[in-house]
Design a protein around this ligand. Structure first.
Ligand SMILES: NC(=O)c1ccc[n+]([C@@H]2O[C@H](COP(=O)([O-])OP(=O)(O)OC[C@H]3O[C@@H](n4cnc5c(N)ncnc54)[C@H](OP(=O)(O)O)[C@@H]3O)[C@@H](O)[C@H]2O)c1
Length: 332
């Protein structure tokens, strides 16, 4: 039986637990029997034999799990094969996820994470450590939500030289820019509406200043180009200075404006608002994410999909799980 531990039991952690419970038959046909042996949030936990749906209901009713053991204590005591790490992102320190991921690797467990922080801060260190311990790191969920990016560039396009990628990697900024384009309203007005609708955070700076897109770009670029870039290597400019007038002028010439994250094989990493032809596939609308990959053999490959959300992110995490333990591709 594959023993799964889940650290972080918020939107994504609970979404994964729900899918592991609801789609058990389908997933077990692919990977064999599994059980979630431990779950922890920031201050409480559950371990041993328990029902996943009851654990979700308990957390949703009381805001915590039944026992006081901390995530750290749980990691030390429980035997598990794979850690699903879904704690909050901190792109400066990578914590708390970075310590949890390292501890799991030390204990020779595979890791699946949706948390950008650890990979932005310590991508090479994590990958080298995983290699030494013969374990796998799945991080499809860190970039583009449900949209397949990491496996696309590292597996499906294996054999290609990838020259450049360009993408829309942040749904909040794309939503704001799409509405500015369509409605000609100022940035500040649309931002405050987006906050009311829950599309933008109360403190939106992480999104609108381009940091979230930059973090995702670092992870994709490190994966493709085998570099050890960090957030400091990305030239970042956000969208707060864009005016309705800029959209009007762009529109007259057949262009729109989007926050484009771009990386190329020379190590250039850039996130900034760019003119995009209205006929370009990257001129997408709403909260969608998209990525255009330029290769030598396959030409241009374009993917588009939902960049966030409970079940969308769970989709990426389950895809990593099946990828690691699938009966046809099991290596561990
Ligand atoms: N939501 C999305 O659509 C989405 C999409 C892609 C990637 N992500 C990433 O996935 C991760 C989780 O996102 P989310 O939306 O699920 O966040 P969330 O709803 O805020 O949940 C975070 C969970 O982590 C727990 N936590 C906080 N500090 C912890 C600690 N020191 N040790 C153990 N657990 C701790 C929280 O505990 P409490 O419940 O006790 O507060 C909570 O259960 C983030 O890194 C996020 O950037 C999210």
């Amino acid at each position: 039986m594959i023993r799964i531990a889940i650290l972080g039991f918020g939107t994504v952690g609970r979404g994964v637990a729900e899918v592991l419970s609801m789609k058990r038959d389908m997933i077990e046909r692919k990977i064999g029997k599994y059980g979630v042996v431990a779950i922890a949030d920031s201050r409480s936990s559950i371990s041993g034999e328990f029902s996943l749906l009851e654990a979700i209901a308990y957390k949703e009713e009381r805001g915590r799990l039944p026992y006081d053991k901390t995530p750290r204590e749980l990691l030390d005591e429980i035997d598990f094969d794979v850690l699903i790490e879904t704690t909050p992102t901190d792109v400066k320190t990578g914590e708390p996820g970075l310590s949890y991921i390292k501890e799991a690797i030390r204990r020779d467990a595979d890791v699946i994470t949706s948390n950008k922080g650890p990979l932005v801060v310590a991508f090479s260190e994590i990958m080298e450590m995983a290699e030494r311990h013969g374990v796998r790191i799945g991080y499809e969920a860190t970039v583009g939500g449900a949209m397949p990016v990491i496996k696309l560039v590292s597996r499906e396009l294996a054999g290609n030289r990838i020259f450049r990628i360009r993408g829309i990697l942040n749904g909040t900024t794309n939503y704001i820019l799409s509405r500015m384009e369509k409605e000609g309203m100022p940035y500040s007005q649309i931002l405050s509406e987006a906050k009311e609708m829950g599309i933008a955070e109360a403190d939106p700076s992480y999104d609108v200043d381009g940091i979230d897109a930059g973090a995702k770009l670092v992870i994709i670029a490190n994966t493709i180009f085998n570099i050890s870039a960090s957030l400091n290597d990305v030239k970042i400019k956000g969208i707060s200075g864009i005016t309705p007038e800029a959209f009007r002028v762009a529109g007259e010439k057949g262009y729109t404006i989007r926050l484009i994250a771009e990386a190329d094989e020379n190590g250039r990493l850039d996130v900034s608002p760019r003119l995009v032809k209205l006929t370009n596939p990257l001129a997408i609308y709403g909260t969608m994410n998209a990525l255009l990959v330029e290769t030598d053999l396959a030409g241009e490959i374009f993917v588009i999909g939902k960049g966030a959300g409970k079940k969308e992110t769970a989709s990426a995490i389950i895809s990593d799980l099946v990828d690691m333990y699938g009966r046809n591709n099991r290596s561990g």
